[in-house]
Design a protein around this ligand. Structure first.
Ligand SMILES: [Fe+2]
Length: 449
């Protein structure tokens, strides 16, 4: 009896300290839906050799998955640790599938994973969140209650410098805890913002953690470290992060994926990228061209093209891609960076004057005045959303009630409440709602084909 108790206690203690970060789901390098779906499962643990096993529940019992691999991350201030991963395979599209993690043969973690749905689904989108604020936690709780199938973050994933230590302090505890088991249940996707890449190139050896901690499609422009358009990493400063990132650095900054009937094109919009350069432009055109069959084409990036906030008003350098987006029938552009919520009318834009970075990009607007998202739901043009109110301090709260300060094509602007976006996507209908932490609907539109 005593031995039995001792054994149970040992298993319990193993489970307690097995993880530095509990398992969380990622789409992995699986950009397109398949008859048998897959998801990547990652977790962080101490830097020592132990035997991990991952199992997925099939119809005839538990199925052992490929032996987990790891990258070692040794960048202060966190002690060296291992980022483990394996791929959960042969998942039935749309099914919720139990999985478990074993350490030395004992189950230390159990959850269930939402496999990519082939049709109607709910995606939650928000940005500018991971700063450890009570607002970040409140938004996380509210969005979990909406039971999304997947979550997309529009950048500035973690504050203030995209560091591994910051993920440990106020990203994983908020989105992947016992109290908030969201990231272990549905895959999170995202795009790096300006806070996720180095600012001061000589400091913060644990920045660039996006590339080490996330696992997303590797089908973006084939950038190599040190090339123009690639996130910067400095020898002697960021080597540990680059090593821990494997093939993800710097390529994973941009990519595309399909979910249900929607095609998402995800663009790194940081200042070091030039989407007018032949390499990036060719990739963008080829990606959108190949997505012709998708019911909806969505572009997600950090820096908005069109927005009304006084803050970041002149960060307009992504505007020159709008004719390409229009040419290939993009319906919706989702951005963050500006810490509030904004929606434009469907617009078309012809740039006439492109100046240096940080200066306005002038051009001619054609605005679809008829679309209202209620009775008139067929948009002629692209609707641009800013959803950057996920937790960090809000920008320009006074503008909510100062409509005279809005650009003429802005149709909704809520800057005095934190909020997030719920997309309900079907083949012929896309419903967008903006909700606050109390579940109040701040804005809602429906788009139809
Ligand atoms: Fe930002």
């Amino acid at each position: 009896m005593r031995i039995m108790l001792l054994l149970l206690l040992t298993v319990f203690l193993q489970a307690q300290d097995a993880f530095l970060v509990k398992p969380y789901l990622q789409l992995g390098d699986a950009p397109r839906p398949a008859a048998k779906e897959r998801l990547d499962l990652l977790w962080h643990a101490e830097d020592r050799d132990v035997a991990w096993t991952v199992e997925v529940k099939g119809t005839r019992g538990w199925i052992v998955q490929a032996t987990p691999t790891f990258h070692r991350l040794d960048a202060p201030p966190l002690p060296a640790h291992r980022i483990y991963r394996t791929t959960l395979r042969d998942l039935t599209p749309g099914a919720r599938i139990p999985y478990r993690v074993k350490l030395k043969g004992a189950v230390v973690f159990e959850a269930s994973a939402q496999a990519r749905k082939p049709g109607a689904h709910r995606m939650i989108v928000f940005g500018d969140a991971g700063d450890g604020s009570k607002e970040q936690a409140a938004i996380a709780k509210a969005m979990a209650a909406q039971q999304p199938d997947a979550v997309f973050l529009t950048g500035d994933l973690v504050y203030g410098r995209g560091r591994a230590s910051e993920y440990r302090a106020h990203f994983f505890p908020v989105y992947n805890s016992e109290a908030m088991p969201l990231m272990r249940s549905v895959p999170f996707l995202g795009v790096p913002g300006n806070h996720d890449v180095p600012w001061d190139l000589q400091r913060w050896p644990d920045t660039l953690a996006y590339f080490a901690y996330w696992s997303l499609p590797l089908n973006g422009p084939a950038l190599k470290p040190g090339e123009s358009n690639a996130a910067p990493a400095v020898a002697g400063v960021h080597e540990a992060m680059v090593a821990a990132s494997g093939p993800a650095f710097p390529r994973m900054a941009s990519y595309s994926f399909n979910y249900g009937k929607a095609h998402w094109t995800v663009l790194d919009s940081n200042v070091y990228t030039d989407w007018g350069s032949p390499a990036l432009k060719a990739w963008l055109e080829a990606d959108l061209k190949a997505a012709k069959g998708a019911a909806w084409r969505i572009v997600a990036l950090h820096h908005p093209l069109f927005q009304s906030s006084r803050s970041h008003m002149e960060d307009q350098w992504m505007r020159p891609i709008s004719p390409i987006l229009e040419q290939y029938g993009v319906n919706l552009v989702l951005a963050g960076h500006v810490h509030n919520y904004q929606r434009t009318a469907p617009i078309r834009f012809k740039p006439t004057k492109v100046g240096p970075r940080g200066k306005p990009v002038a051009g001619a607007f054609t605005v679809d005045e008829a679309f209202d998202g209620k009775a008139a739901t067929r948009a002629k043009g692209i609707i641009y959303i800013v959803t950057g109110a996920g937790g960090a301090e809000l920008y320009d709260p006074w503008q909510t009630d100062a409509q005279a300060s809005w650009q003429p094509w802005t149709r909704a602007f809520v800057s005095d409440k934190h909020s997030y976006t719920v997309l309900d996507v079907e083949a012929k209908k896309l419903k967008l709602r903006q909700l606050d932490a109390e579940g109040r609907e701040l804005d809602a539109i429906t788009m139809t084909k």
